[in-house]
Structures are given as C-alpha cells and as structure tokens.
Design a protein around this ligand. Structure first.
Ligand code: PEP
Ligand code: MG
Length: 877
C-alpha cells in the first residue's frame, strides 16, 4: 500500500483531487508541482497512516519506514543536499495538513536536520552564522515543545534572560555569538526536562516530529476545534515533509501571504503583504509591519512578475480565488501553499459573477460558490470601512449590520421621538426588551441591550426585521431616571449619538458613518441567475406597507404571512385592543373592535397597494390576549386610567387570562371560535381594503389564513363565518374580489389529518415554529436553559427552531403535503398551494427541504428573501 506521496521537480505522485488522502496542503503542493510552479520538493504521509497510527495503539505501520526513506532520497536528489551532511545539509519542515483547514490547531516543526555539526556547516555554507544559530535554537525550542512536551515558556525564559543580560530589546539585536550561547542554554533546558540530549541524528528528529504531528491530531486544541466547527468524518491529518527555503537570508530574500483577488471586495486585484528578510511566522506575528504586495514590484521586479504569472496560472487552473504563501530565498521564488481563499459575502458574489464573465466558470457553478447566509453582508447597512472610530464596549453580535442613532431608553420614548422627528435615527438602549416594546423597537435603527443572548427577545425580533442588534453588553448600565447610560467609564445621555455594529458586537460613541444596502451590480446579476433556475417561489413575512415594499425590492413574490397582531400595537390601537379585552360583553367588544377596524383596514390597504399583483396571506389574530396587557401593577394602573376602569378590573382580567402554558393556550383559531366578533372585524377589514385597492385599478389577491387549526371542525367553524362576512361586505359594496381561505398547518394533528383539512382549506402554510414546538414538546420561548447543552452534547445536531428537523418535523410536513394535495385534487380537481411561513423559510438548508417535498413557496423575513432565492436555486442544482 502506498503511504507516501512525493512532489517537486515538476512532478508529483498526488493531485488536488486527493485531499481526503493527502490533506489540503499536500494535495495542492502536488498539484502545483505538476503545474510547473516552483515548490520546494518533499513528500506527504497520508491521512490513512494517521488513522492506522491510532488503530494500532499509536504505532506506525511497518511499510511507512522504507517508503519515507525512499522519499527522502528522492528529495535529497532534487535539492542536491543531504540530511545531516555538515558540508551540504538539507533542512526540512514537518507540517500537519488535514482535508479541511484547521488553522494553528496542529504542530509544525521547522529547520529540522540541524545539529551541532550541521549548524557549523550551515554557518560556513551560507556565510551567515547568525542565521544558522538562530535556526538551530528555534529548532530545539519547536522540537522540544511540540515533539517532547517541554513547556515553551522554559525556552522563552532563557531568551528573555539573555536579552536582559545583553541589554537589548529585540531578538534581532542578538549577535551570532549570543545565539550560540542561547543554543547551549536551550540544550540544557531540553535535557533538564526530557532527561536526554537533544537528538543529533536528523532521522531521529524526523520520526519524532512525524509522531508529534500525528499526536497533535488528537490534541485537546484540535479536538475542541473540530467539535466547535462541527468537523467530523475525517481520517486524520497528513504529514508534509518539505525542503526548507529561507526568507531570512538577507535583503534578497523575503516571505509573504496573498490572495489572488481582494477577499473583502472581490475586486480582481492581487492582494496581500510581504516582508523582506523574514520567515513566514514574522508576517503573521505582526512584529514588523509588512508591505503591500504591489510594493514588491519595486523591490524585486522579477519575482513580482513571476508571482503575477503564478496568480494567473493558479486561478485559471483552480477556477477559484486562491490564498497563497510564498518565500523568496536569495532571489528565487518558492510557493509553499495554495488553497481556496475565505472571503466576505460581497467578495464571494463579485468573484463568482466576474469569473463567469471571464469564462472561468459557468452560471450554475457561480450560484454554488456563494453561501446564501453570506448574503447578509450585502443586505444590511455596514459601517463605512473608512471610519476610524474605536469601540468602547463589546456585546454579543445578535443581528448583523451597523446602526447609528440618538439614544432612547424606552419603547415609548422611541415612539414619541419618531413622531416628533421622523427623520432622525434612534437607537433603543435597554436592559432587555419584551413584546410590549415592539412598536418602539420597530422605529429604532438598532437595538442595544445589556442582558440577553442570541435568542433573547431583542435578538430574535431584530433579526426578523434585519435590524442591527447587540445584546448582552454587560458593561452597559442604564439609568432611566437620570436618562443616562454608562458604558464602562463613558457616560452617554439620552439624545446623544451611539453606534452599534451587530456584525461584531462593537459599540461606539457618536455617529459612525454607514453605507446602505441595495441589490445592484453583481448582486443583482447573481439573483437573476438564481431566479432563472429555481422552481420554489419566495414570499415574505411582513405586516407593514414599508416592510412589504422593502421585501418586494428584495424580490419577494408576495406575502406568505402577515401577522395581524403586530398591527395592534402603537398608541391608539393598543388602547382599543385593551378595551376589547377588558370589555364585559359582546357589545363592549364590538365597540372596541369598531375602533380598531379602520386601522386594520388602512394597514391592509397599504399592504395590498405595495403588493399590487401579488398574493397576500393575512393571518387572523393568533397570540393569547394577555400578551396585550401589562403584567405589573404600575402598567395595569396606567391602562385602567386610560380605559376609565378600576385598576382592580384590569388586574382581575389579567389574572383570568393567566395561563400556565400560553403557547398551548387560548390562542389561534380558538380566539375567533370563542369571540367570533374578532374574526368578523378582521375579515371585514381585509375584504373592504381589497375592494378599495381593486377600485384603484390594482390587482389584489387576498388569502385569509386561520392559525393553529388542529381539527377540520375548527376550520369549518371559522371559515363559515369568514365566508359569510366576506360575502356580506361584497354585496354591500357591490364589488367582488377573489379571495382564498386557507389554514396554517402548525399543530401535529393538522398534519396527520391533512386529507380532511384539505377538503375545506384552499391553501396550506406550514407554521414550522409551532410545529417544531409541538412536535418536540419544546416551548419555543424557553429553550435557552437546555439548548446549549443539547448542542454541545450532540443530542441535537442543530437548533431545530433554526434549521428544520427533517427527520421528525419533516415527516409531518411530508405527510401533510401528500395527504393534503391528494385529497384536494380528488375533491376539487385543484392543486393545493402549499408553503411555509415559520422562521425556517429563510434558512438555506430548510429551503432545500421545502424544495424536495414539493412546496410551492417559502416565506421569510424581507431581509432573508435574497438568501432564500439563492438557496432555492441551489436546491435545484
Ligand atoms: C409558526 O408557528 O411557524 C408561525 C409562522 O407562526 P408564529 O411564529 O406567529 O406562531
Ligand atoms: Mg404559529
């Protein structure tokens, strides 16, 4: 069996496709060799050896030894130097390299092959004793700490002591003689901690280093990294042994890292840094400031030209933006690594689209190159990259994008401020938020809270709206009384400007410039390609004309969920709503509902206008009524005053409405069954609005949706009443509009009896938030106590409220779609329209599932519409 693959000298045993066996680094070194790109020769020990090493109780298979020996001989021939030969020594590096990149997680040993005899030879051969001894002391340190487990601190301690004794600040200030002394000290440290002398035989060094790399595969750091990044199913790491080249041999040497295109913007420009007279780690360590790559044209014009050629070769070969490392040794260029480069969402889009124009890839490949999630980057206001403001605090990045605004400390203050100064942006700063705050939250440009995590109310609501949000920023202290916010040592008053960056969690004082999103240029082109391919339609969840218009701009093909309860907030509305809830009888409720009706109707008119020609699904009131009442004494007293009733009355009503399990309580279709007048008012408002907009010459396609249905009888009850009201309104107005009445499928029983339900429902929309909640028996608002543990312990692979549980909840969906479609077809001959409107409608993996089960559309928040469009296209490919 072949365990060792050589590369170098314009040929290689391996190739790029062999990543699983050779690891990413090894496979690409082989590929570059074959392409005729200068790569220092070497060999790769396969990941299979790593697997066998562990299978056999940390022993290498016998056959590895002779293969390694043969590979060394070949490498020696290509370089023209020998391991351990003092007159003409070969030095090598030993590096890890798994199939997926795990930066910095495993061991690397450089300068291997140096010994007391060889270091002298090196000094002579290069005429640079400082360089030789510096290399030697680094080897003893790296080998000692990574292969033999000596704490690196012990070596570091000797280095510091010597620098102090010599009165110098930088390592580079130490002379060759100083380094000679240091080597002796390092050897003493080595012996003191291992009980043996530093090995003088390079082959002994090599084997110990190879084992060290394999051992690091199961090291704590690497295991932890794989867990966090959810990397599984890899065989192990490969080991790359490669001839050393030195960028620190003088002013004609250097080293650099670069991207073949700009990874931030995607611009087709060579992008990177280099340092003259330095080794790779110096560029990364940031001790010296590297020069921009274009500068190399001045310092080493030949090398620069060669690099530009390699940049072209690599891109046209890999057809992908590459991230490269190179070293120049005494005027000769060597490539040490190439791999596809990480990039921002905007760069990904631009690169994919431009590569199609360049003929490198086709449109389908371009669509697959962009992670739908990464489009977020293009959809939100971003901090102006040119801004120089420094953050004063950092919280949890809860919803990406940047926002600047005047600080307001309550939702009411936000509403008041927005009414008085509609053009001034505000930033809502609170300890936490609750459903009562949504009106104010909606008006804010961004939200900052001092408590809460990624799943807190503020975070979830903000994300739904695509509003920048930072939560859990613990140094923020709010004093509503004095109207001040303390952020660490800074104090900000209400009305002062503050800026948050929801992408990073940063908080900055003052107004930092932002740049606005739009779908144009490359982004628009990619979206057009996606639309050509996808079969799934994409609608939006929106409940205001503004959101509807925004979603339409982002490509929404209708509204899949208008949550009417969101229309009951805001000063006058909430008061009327509360009046309705507190009312003693039907008459009282009807009077309050009559106050609400014009608001509802006006909202519907606005939404129908914005969605001219597209379907609009409006859901009847869903949440339990107590959500509209305050639960504290002070709040209740205020409401009592507004309504002109006693505080006790409000308190009693709140108590009456109290539920132990509100999510399974008095909500959804249960409301219009017990209080039909609520449903009546909503249906009337919908149909009247539809007639009004139709009269303007627009095309209106209302779809009335009944939530939380579990039995056909529930649906029939509410539907019958809705049809009666709709017909009455149309007769009254002397105008007809086409409308549908359908249902949400969000109770497991509805999915299981979908055949029955489809006899009455004209469409289905899967409410996967509730369906997930009820299938798992997880309260969607109370998972924070256990979900992190569930994910860590791999009891669940992902949060099922984020990514649809295809195996469980998915079965109910499949049953629902199949039974529903069949029954509807049999009864009416019609195709039953099926969609999804839970949060999953904007999650790429869940969108793919919806495509596979044959849904007609997904519906998601406006800012996720482009993400869903791309995900729907990828589902086809
Ligand atoms: C759902 O349950 O998936 C849904 C869309 O409704 P809501 O989130 O409003 O309960
Ligand atoms: Mg629901």
């Amino acid at each position: 069996q072949k365990f060792v693959y050589s590369f170098g000298g314009g040929k290689a045993d391996g190739k790029a496709e062999m990543k699983t066996l050779l690891g990413g680094k090894g496979a690409n070194l082989a590929e570059m060799s074959v392409l005729g790109i200068p790569v220092p020769p070497g060999f790769t020990i396969t990941t299979e050896v790593c697997a066998k090493y562990y299978e056999e109780g940390k022993k290498l298979p016998e056959a590895v030894k002779p293969q390694v020996q043969a590979a060394i001989a070949e490498m020696e021939k290509l370089v023209g130097a020998k391991l351990g030969d003092p007159t003409n020594p070969l030095l090598v590096s030993v590096r890890s390299g798994a199939a997926l990149s795990m930066p910095g997680m495993m061991n690397t040993i450089l300068n291997l092959g140096l010994s007391d005899a060889v270091v002298e030879g090196m000094a002579k051969k290069t005429g640079n004793p400082r360089f030789a001894y510096d290399g030697y002391r680094r080897l003893i340190d790296m080998f000692g700490s990574t292969a033999m487990g000596v704490d690196h601190e012990h070596f570091e301690h000797e280095l510091e002591a010597l620098k102090q004794a010599k009165g110098v600040k930088n390592d580079t200030d130490l002379s060759a003689d100083d380094l000679k002394v240091l080597v002796e000290k390092y050897k003493a440290v080595y012996k003191a901690h291992t009980g043996t002398d530093f090995p003088q035989d390079p082959i002994e060094q090599l084997w110990a280093s190879i084992m060290a790399v394999f051992n690091s595969w199961m090291g704590k750091k690497a295991v932890e990294y794989r867990r966090i990044e959810r990397i599984s199913g890899l065989k192990g790491t490969a080991v790359n042994v490669q001839a050393m080249v030195f960028g620190n041999m003088g002013s004609n040497s250097g080293t650099g890292v670069a991207f073949t295109r700009d990874p931030n913007t995607g611009a087709d420009e060579f992008y990177g840094d280099y340092l003259i007279n330095a080794q790779g780690e110096d560029v990364v360590a940031g001790i010296r400031t590297p020069e921009p790559i274009a500068q190399l044209d001045q310092e080493m014009p030949k090398v620069y030209e060669q690099l530009l050629g390699i940049r072209k070769t690599l891109e046209s070969h890999y057809k992908e933006m590459q991230d490269i490392e190179f070293t120049v040794q005494d005027g000769t260029l060597y490539m040490l690594q190439t791999r596809s480069g990480k990039r921002t969402g905007s760069a990904a889009v631009r690169i994919a689209v431009e590569m199609v124009a360049e003929g490198l890839i086709d449109q389908k490949t371009a669509l697959q190159r962009v992670n739908p999630e990464s489009l977020n980057h293009l959809l939100l206001p971003q901090l102006d990259p040119k801004a120089k403001d420094k953050p004063v605090a950092q919280g949890i990045a809860a919803s990406p994008g940047a926002a600047s605004g005047k600080v307001v400390l309550s939702a009411e203050a936000a509403v008041a401020h927005a009414e008085a100064h509609p053009d001034v942006k505000i930033l809502l700063v609170r300890k936490e938020t609750s459903p009562e705050d949504v009106a104010g939250m909606h008006l804010a440009a961004g939200i900052l809270t001092s408590t809460g995590g990624k799943a807190s109310h503020a975070a979830v609501v903000a994300r739904g709206w695509g509003k920048p949000c930072v939560v859990g920023c613990e140094v923020v202290r709010i004093d509503e009384k004095t109207g001040t916010v303390r952020i660490g040592e800074h104090t900000v008053k209400a009305g002062d400007y503050l800026t948050i960056n929801g992408t990073t969690g940063d908080v900055m004082i003052g107004q930092v410039a932002t740049v606005a999103p739009s779908i144009s240029g490359h982004f628009a082109t990619l979206m057009e390609w996606a639309d050509k391919i996808r079969t799934l339609k994409v609608r939006t969840n929106a409940d205001t004309p503004i959101d509807s218009a925004k979603a339409r701009e982002f490509g929404a093909e209708g509204i899949g969920l208008c949550r009417t309860e969101h229309m009951f907030f805001g000063d006058q509305r909430i008061t009327a709503m509360r009046k309705m809830i507190v009312a003693d009888d039907v008459e009282g409720r009807k009077a309050a509902l009559a106050e609400l009706e014009p608001f509802q109707k006006a909202d519907f008119v606005g939404i129908f206008e914005a969605m001219d020609g597209l379907p609009v699904t409006i859901r009847l009131l869903d949440p339990p009524l107590h959500e509209f009442l305050p639960h504290d004494d002070k709040g209740q007293a205020e409401v009592a005053k507004q309504l002109g009733v006693t505080s006790q009355k409000v308190k009693d009503r709140v108590e009456q409405l109290h539920e132990f399990n509100p999510m399974l309580g008095f909500r959804g279709c249960r409301l219009p069954i017990v209080y039909p007048e609520i449903g009546d008012m909503q249906v009337r408002a919908i149909i009247e609005a539809a007639i009004e907009v139709k009269k303007q010459g627009k095309s209106v396609l209302p779809e009335i949706m009944i939530p939380l249905v579990g039995t056909i009888e529930e649906l029939v009850f509410v539907k019958t009443r809705a049809v009666a009201v709709a017909e009455e309104v149309m007769k009254d107005k002397g105008t007809k509009v086409d409308y549908l009445i359908g249902t949400m499928i969000e109770v497991p029983r509805a999915a299981l009896t979908a055949d029955k339900i489809a006899e009455e429902a004209e469409f289905f929309s899967f409410g996967t938030n509730d369906l997930t909640q009820m299938t798992f028996g997880f309260s969607r608002d109370d998972i924070k106590g256990f979900m992190p543990t569930y994910l860590r312990e791999k009891i669940l692979p992902v949060d099922p409220f984020q990514t649809l549980d295809a195996n469980g909840v998915g079965q109910l969906i499949e049953i629902g779609v199949a039974k529903g479609r069949k029954a509807r077809k049999e009864k009416t001959g019609e195709h039953l329209k099926v969609g999804i409107c839970g949060e999953h409608g904007g999650d790429p993996e869940s969108v793919a599932f919806c495509h596979v089960v044959g849904m007609d559309y997904v519906s998601c928040s406006p800012y996720r519409v482009p993400i869903a469009r791309l995900a729907a296209a990828q589902a086809v490919l």
